[in-house]
Ligand binder design. Structure first.
Ligand code: ATP
Ligand code: MG
Length: 358
């Protein structure tokens, strides 16, 4: 049975505009294989982001969510621009999509790919194989808060971390399920309930409740500050990790760096119930310092496409692409500058496509 997937491409800003077209090229190379002709992809590109904001005063059209709601998946680059405040680019586009399409599970694998020189001397590649599950719709990024008496000595500003029983339960269930599906069946629940004595205490309680349904998962609880030290000192003691929106944001940048580079790390913003399209993106930002120079590492985008293919139910295509990626990272001549090499975005992308076609 043949299948055509509708993919929304949102390159966004900065190097997002460089890596997303390479992502499309890689998907086309995969789908062009003779034995793969029953699966095809149709793309629609949306020019949302900072340039759109300069013209229209908003990062995406009012009916933007309607335009992408019926796609099978979304491939996203990055939002951010030196001229537009970060909270506008983030809230006006990325968070709007994640929250509007209820992509409540943000999944971020970190692992040391072949050929990558990771910064921890004592860490063997097999010691670092994590998946971080980030709560993606509420918590510290719920958007609840306010600012009064702006600029006055009595100014007050608040950001309220808002957690709901329903929201916490569903992300913890997702994390336990994911842990169960991995060989080590091990989950670390990150918390800060010693200091945040309302929402994080509820988070802990719900973790213990959900755990009852997963007797085969070995789980523990770790304070977020201790978790950062543990990632560095005892990486092999971790496998699946679940944390709140802000905590996981920080931990996953650390994880990406420990695995070798921010330029490699992938993300999936999933609606596990599949009511809406899920969104896949490299973990990095728009990296204006390297824009337009051909230095952007496209591997984070390619690995995100692997996650997209898995989510779409195409595991054979996903593993073919992952093999091509690993064969490219294994060759130091194909490392971009963030990995200590001299290869360009174009060279890495061409090498991945070549391996896909051979
Ligand atoms: P954002 O606020 O959008 O998350 P950021 O300020 O955190 O952005 P990034 O854009 O993620 O920053 O970049 C952080 C650093 O990592 C920069 O020096 C950038 O050049 C480098 N970097 C990020 N992504 C890549 C990539 N794909 N290839 C090479 N270097 C990268
Ligand atoms: Mg960042």
């Amino acid at each position: 049975m043949s299948k055509t997937y509708q993919i929304a491409l949102i390159p966004g800003d900065g190097i997002g505009k460089e890596v997303i077209p390479q992502g499309r090229r890689v998907i086309e190379a995969l789908a062009g294989k003779r034995d793969q002709r029953d699966v095809s992809f149709e793309f629609e590109t949306f020019d949302w982001g900072a340039d759109f904001y300069r013209k229209h005063g908003i990062m995406m059209p009012e009916d933007g969510l309607e335009q992408i709601r019926h796609k099978d998946a979304i491939l996203f680059g990055s939002a951010g621009d030196p001229e537009v405040p970060d909270h506008i680019t983030l809230w006006g586009l990325r968070l709007k999509i994640c929250q509007g399409l209820d992509q409540y599970a943000n999944v971020r694998p970190a692992r040391i790919l072949p050929g990558i020189d990771a910064p921890l001397k004592r860490c063997r590649p097999e010691d670092l194989d994590w998946v971080i599950v980030r709560e993606n719709t509420e918590g510290e990024y719920a958007g609840v808060g306010g600012r009064v008496h702006q600029g006055q000595p009595i100014e007050v500003a608040t950001d309220v971390s808002m957690m709901t029983r329903a929201g916490v339960t569903r992300i913890l269930k997702y994390a336990f399920e994911l842990a169960l599906s991995r060989p080590r069946k091990r989950l670390t629940v990150v918390t800060k309930s010693n200091a945040q004595r309302h929402a994080m205490v509820m988070w802990d309680e719900i973790a213990a409740e959900v755990a009852q349904s997963y007797p085969d998962v070995t789980w523990d609880k770790e304070l977020v500050d201790a978790a950062t030290a543990r990632m560095v000192m005892r990486p092999d003691s971790l496998d699946t990790i679940v944390a709140s929106n802000l905590h996981a944001d920080i931990l996953s940048d650390l994880a990406a760096a420990l695995a070798g580079s921010l330029g490699i790390a992938p993300t999936a913003n999933l609606d596990p119930e599949r009511r809406y399209p899920s969104m896949f993106e490299p973990i990095h930002g728009s990296a204006f310092d390297i824009m337009g120079k051909g230095l952007a590492n496209p591997i984070g985008t390619f690995w995100s496409i692997v996650m997209m293919l898995e989510h779409l139910g195409q595991p054979a295509m996903a593993s073919r692409l992952m093999n091509a990626i690993e064969s490219v990272t294994a060759d130091p001549a194909l490392h971009t500058r963030d990995l200590g090499g001299q290869a360009t975005t174009e060279m890495v992308s061409a090498a991945v496509c070549e391996r896909l076609q051979s």
